[in-house]
Design a binder for this molecule. Structure first.
Ligand code: ARG
Length: 462
């Protein structure tokens, strides 16, 4: 017999189609742990406040713990025709402990119950993702330390620009992931307020203590206003936005890894464990993992826009539209966790082809800016004049089929005799890289300073 949608007023059996549309159990069953955790805290508070008896509380507590075990061992399968996880667990509890189970919903509504369960889920996964980000940052920092002297062409517009080192490039990503981590953690703090006890929308006449449930569940405090609390999904939007931003960073890295593993570059080689073959071209090794990470960014962005659109224009307080809040969040969380795990493994096992990167530095006159800087600093020329002279030197190098760093002093002075003897050494790519010693610059010493700074920060977070 199909269960009646929770109502004392509706007598007719629900249409199957209504149930298919209405029931959230098929997806909100993942919240069973949070639902039981919330109900245990609520029952404890009801007992503390004298709203239910100690005997009833003990039965509820015992029953809920049993249900938890039953779900986890597969004895109680959450595939019935209950409307949602809240009804399924309350129904099971009542089956087990009788009238005590029916007292659990005192001073509570599914509106504050779902707000609590979902918030507990978001808070828990915020920590899981943040922790994976820390592992990720540590890996990037260690790769950076190893490659603080491995040169590659830094680019703008995807054109060779100036020599940098691979460690410095990795630290750019570590910096993005550090911001991501901080974004997750600040959302955690901002959203760590307890919704339970708000009831349907207006609070309750029962003498509850929202402080007790808040403390028991590890929240900072109860939320301020019940009407807001049962209609608020900002915490869910925040985790979606935080995941989107993080995945946007991962997709930029993925794009670079895809380029760098192409034959034209061969700057990195992904391990065979992280590449796939082609079904027809036996010679192929495809970078499917970074491609998928790049692709999954699209789906998490869709989840963010989806929930923003669901919430837009909803009148206060709870509306059933809000049941559409969960699947996108579950999907983004799953995607984020898997992506970070794969990324960690892939970076650890990737090999860096330092010789290929360094050879690429001989293309594109990467140290040209150093000549212009020299003419400004040593010959006192205005930058724009120095820029033009350097342009002529680059033209000469092109005519000779050489990189600017390969020109002799005679060559250089044939363009402008103010170019002095020290310039040849200055135009060496490594010298050029190491000349960039300004704060946050690419010089190996500065890169290693950034490594140290991130290591210090990491150990302060552990
Ligand atoms: N399954 C519902 C959801 O996920 C729970 C809240 C239902 N509240 C209600 N008043 N119908 O949003």
């Amino acid at each position: 017999m199909s269960k009646k949608i929770a109502s004392a007023r509706i007598s007719e059996k629900s249409s199957q189609l209504l149930q298919d549309l209405n029931n959230s159990l098929p997806f909100d069953k993942v919240l069973y742990g949070e639902d039981i955790q919330g109900s245990r805290a609520h029952a404890y508070m009801l007992c503390e406040q004298g709203i239910i008896s100690k005997e009833d509380y003990e039965k509820i507590e015992f029953g809920l713990l049993e249900i938890l075990e039953e779900v986890e061992s597969g004895v109680f399968v959450l595939d019935g025709d209950d409307e949602d996880i809240h009804m399924a667990i309350e129904g099971r509890l009542t089956q087990k402990v009788g009238d005590a189970g029916k007292r659990l919903h005192t001073a509570r509504s599914r509106n504050d119950q779902v707000a609590l369960d979902f918030r507990l889920y978001v808070q828990k996964n915020t920590k899981v993702i943040a922790h994976l980000l820390l592992e990720n940052i540590a890996i990037f920092v260690s790769v950076a330390e190893t490659h603080a002297n491995t040169m590659l062409p830094g680019m703008t517009h995807l054109q060779h620009a100036q020599p940098i080192n691979f460690g410095y490039h990795m630290l750019a990503y570590a910096s993005m992931f550090k911001r991501d981590y901080e974004r997750f953690m600040s959302s955690y703090v901002r959203n760590n307020y307890s919704p339970i006890g708000c009831a349907a929308l207006a609070g309750t006449p029962h003498p509850i203590s929202r402080q007790i449930t808040s403390d028991k569940l590890g929240f900072t405090a109860p939320t301020l206003n019940c009407l807001d609390t049962v209609s608020d999904r900002d915490f869910a939007l925040e985790i979606l936005f935080n995941i989107s931003t993080m995945m946007m960073h991962i997709s930029r890295l993925s794009e670079e890894l895809i380029l760098w593993s192409a034959s034209e570059f061969k700057w990195v080689t992904l391990s065979d464990r992280h590449a796939t073959g082609s079904s027809i071209m036996p010679q192929k090794k495809n970078p499917d993992i970074p491609e998928l990470l790049r692709g999954k960014t699209g789906r998490v962005n869709g989840n963010l826009i989806g929930l923003l659109t669901v919430m837009k224009g909803l009148p206060l307080a709870y509306n059933k539209d809000m049941q559409e809040d969960k699947e996108g969040v579950f999907d983004s969380v799953r995607t984020a966790i898997l992506s970070l795990q794969v990324l960690n493994e892939m970076i650890v096992e990737m090999s860096v082809n330092a010789d290929k990167m360094e050879a690429a530095c001989m293309i594109g006159h990467l140290s040209a800016t150093d000549l212009a800087d020299y003419l400004v600093k040593e010959a006192g020329l205005p930058f724009r004049d120095a820029y033009h002279i350097t342009g002529n030197v680059v033209n000469l190098a092109e005519e000779k089929g050489l990189d600017i760093s390969e020109l002799s002093l005679v060559d250089l002075q044939s363009v402008d005799e103010r170019i002095g003897e020290g310039v040849v050494a200055l135009l060496d790519n490594r010298a050029s890289m190491n000349a960039r010693q300004s704060e946050g610059g690419t010089a190996t010493v500065r890169t290693l300073e950034q490594v140290e700074s991130l290591k210090g920060w990491l150990s302060s977070q552990m």
